[in-house]
Write a protein that binds this ligand. Structure first.
Ligand SMILES: [Zn+2]
Length: 266
């Protein structure tokens, strides 16, 4: 884990990760990138970090207006050096845009924005980690559906799925088929969530998928949250943290949780 934490993302994927985040990749490159991220802890962590950063930058409280003095100085500079008059330039848009950009660069607004973004992340990054966990789990759920990477081991047989995790995790997740209760197990994979490698078990309910993320608990918790239209349920049992993520309604998710908790404790 600490090894993955200290690794920096792969150099050759750095730009692609931004493209993936901004939805700028074509299907083939997006899929390749998703595939790499699914298998590379460092790039997975980097993508999660970029998502958090983007979320912070979008918050209203982070958008600060330029100080009035700075604004006046830039405007004065544009007016003075540019001698801007509506009727004068042949190509007013280009001229005034060029002057505006020149003024911006003169006052070093662009580099200071980068510094601002970086320092905001340093300050707020660690604080928002806890709050960003549900988002990270939803991202893991969506990624598993989009990138055709639902399972690394596809089987409803827990005697196949359980041993598959050996050597991939530093704990043994309970692998239980809930087919009789209407939630058949369809397989498992490993994910990188909240800065650690976790187990992801995949269950199906009719045409809906439930991703069940499991890792060792650090504290007892129980909560249900909704993020981006997905229902999430979190609980701890037997020293493990469970997070179920699905597009099923809250009732059915509750049924799933009850069935799993009962089967796990017996
Ligand atoms: Zn990588």
């Amino acid at each position: 884990m600490s090894e993955a934490l200290s690794q920096s993302p792969c150099h050759e994927w750095a730009a692609t990760l931004h493209g993936l985040l901004d939805d700028e990749l074509d299907a083939v490159h997006a899929m390749r990138c998703e595939e790499h991220v699914a298998n590379c802890a460092a790039c997975h962590a980097e993508l999660a970090r970029l998502r958090v950063l983007r979320g912070i930058m979008r918050q209203d409280s982070v958008r600060w207006p330029a100080p009035e003095a700075l604004r006046s100085r830039i405007l004065a500079d544009v007016m003075q050096n540019g001698n801007a008059r509506p009727q004068e330039p042949a190509d007013p848009y280009n001229r005034s845009w060029g002057r505006f950009m020149a003024a911006l660069q003169r006052w070093s607004l662009v580099p200071s924005f980068v510094v601002l973004a970086a320092s905001l992340f340093i300050v707020f990054g660690p604080l928002t980690r806890g709050g960003a966990l549900p988002e990270e789990l939803v991202a893991g759920h969506v990624r598993s559906l989009l990138a055709d990477h639902l399972t690394d081991v596809a089987s409803s047989n827990r005697h196949v799925v359980k041993p598959w995790f050996i050597g991939k995790l530093d704990f043994a997740p309970p692998v239980i088929d809930l087919g009789e209760q209407g939630f058949p197990l369809i397989g498992g994979r490993v994910e990188y969530i909240d800065e650690r490698v976790v187990a992801a078990l995949v269950y199906r309910r009719h045409n809906h998928i439930i991703n069940l993320f499991i890792w060792p608990a650090t504290a007892n918790s129980r909560r249900a949250v909704t993020r981006e239209g997905y229902n999430l349920m979190n609980w701890t049992q037997g020293g493990l943290t469970f997070w179920a993520v699905t597009d099923l309604d809250a009732n059915e998710l509750n049924q799933f949780q009850q069935a799993l908790a009962a089967a796990t404790s017996s």
